[in-house]
Design a protein around this ligand. Structure first.
Ligand SMILES: CC[C@H](C(=O)O)C(=O)SCCNC(=O)CCNC(=O)[C@H](O)C(C)(C)COP(=O)(O)OP(=O)(O)OC[C@H]1O[C@@H](n2cnc3c(N)ncnc32)[C@H](O)[C@@H]1OP(=O)(O)O
Length: 309
């Protein structure tokens, strides 16, 4: 068992039995990770390698409302991901996995642009295929765990989301785009394909025909095209109605209104439906249903004889 798996098991033990169904689901999903030592993945080894490329940071702000904001912060490099930021991101995702009050997450870039992918200075120093695959496994694990967080997540895209930045947007449940913003899978121009799981997720979001066009043409996806193919949910219009972050928070609050256990249960049943074969998804849905049935929110709704006119 890898250190990561032991940590995950301990965390779940500490979270206790009320999250048993979720823990079992994660267990079935290799505790949220795609790669472990079984696949030749040694987390500590790659962490050390990545730490050798410092710069920037990933900031996490959790709010009492149950909404969190994760900010990719390296403005002097258009928020490119340095090695240490990849490690930071993994740590912030661990924090979010343990946040029992979490309902929603907004992922944004600092200073009006989303993320320009990997830091090319680090990429240039890690060009052998072994190092590339280790970095890719590390980021796939982290972004898979980000997408599987028991909260509803939104990528707020301002400016540019390029390469790995475009891939990061697909690790959120929704994408909201500011006017003038662009999502571009520039990988082909770099002689590459996505490696952070972005292709697999993109196919599930926009379908294989659209994904093939976006990757094959390294298409600059503006908000209009993104809406048309279902990559973005909404364009954040409306000068004078707050900052893009405030508008994204307003948009998300519609879906995160209510008690945390119920919102988390909503995400869990949708996630299992999205990822699991039908019979397994149905069993998970039953388990999650058992967690909210007779719970405080359910009892309160029954007592108040609520109507849904
Ligand atoms: C492809 C797969 C791979 C992965 O998945 O791991 C990647 O993601 S590789 C990275 C893909 N991204 C790029 O290739 C972006 C390259 N940069 C650009 O195209 C432009 O810089 C752009 C469009 C982001 C911004 O252009 P603009 O004219 O507005 O500004 P500058 O070019 O002057 O950029 C400011 C400053 O930022 C540095 N920068 C930008 N992106 C990166 C990056 N990915 N890595 C390292 N540094 C980056 C740029 O070099 C400038 O620095 P300066 O010291 O002022 O020259």
């Amino acid at each position: 068992m890898s250190a990561r798996m032991v940590l995950c098991a301990v965390r779940q033990h500490l979270l206790g039995g009320s999250r048993g169904a979720w823990a079992r689901f994660l267990q079935r999903q290799s505790r949220g990770c795609v790669y472990s030592s079984v696949h030749g993945f040694q987390q500590e080894e790659i962490r050390e390698k990545l730490q050798a490329f410092p710069g920037g940071s990933i900031e996490l702000l959790t709010q009492e409302s149950g909404l969190a904001v994760l900010t990719i912060n390296y403005p002097s490099r258009m928020n490119a991901f340095s090695g240490s930021m990849m490690v930071d991101l993994e740590e912030r995702v661990s924090q979010l996995e343990g946040w029992t009050d979490g309902k929603g997450l907004i992922v944004q870039g600092a200073s009006g642009t989303f993320c320009s992918g990997s830091d090319l200075n680090a990429v240039r120093a890690l060009t052998n295929p072994q190092d590339g695959m280790k970095m890719c496994m590390f980021m796939q694990n982290t972004l898979t765990r980000l997408l599987r967080l028991p909260m509803i997540s939104v990528a707020l895209v301002e400016g540019r989301a390029l390469g790995g930045g475009a891939e990061l947007t697909t690790a959120c449940d929704f994408r909201l785009m500011a006017p003038g913003s662009v999502i571009q899978f520039v990988h082909k121009h770099m002689g590459l394909v996505p490696g952070w799981g972005g292709a697999a997720r993109l196919v599930r979001i926009v379908g294989s025909q659209n994904a093939l066009k976006l990757l094959g043409g390294a298409v600059k996806v503006d908000p209009e095209l993104a809406l048309q193919i279902g990559l973005a949910e909404e364009v954040l219009q409306g000068e004078g109605t707050g900052t893009p972050l405030q508008r994204a928070e307003n948009w998300l609050s519609v879906y995160t209104k209510g008690p945390a256990p119920v919102i988390q249960a909503v995400k869990k049943v949708v996630l299992s439906g999205r990822e699991l074969p039908l019979s397994e998804a149905l069993r998970t849905e039953k388990d999650v249903f058992g967690m909210v049935w007779g719970g405080p929110a359910n009892m309160q709704a029954l007592a108040s004889k609520s109507k849904h006119r």
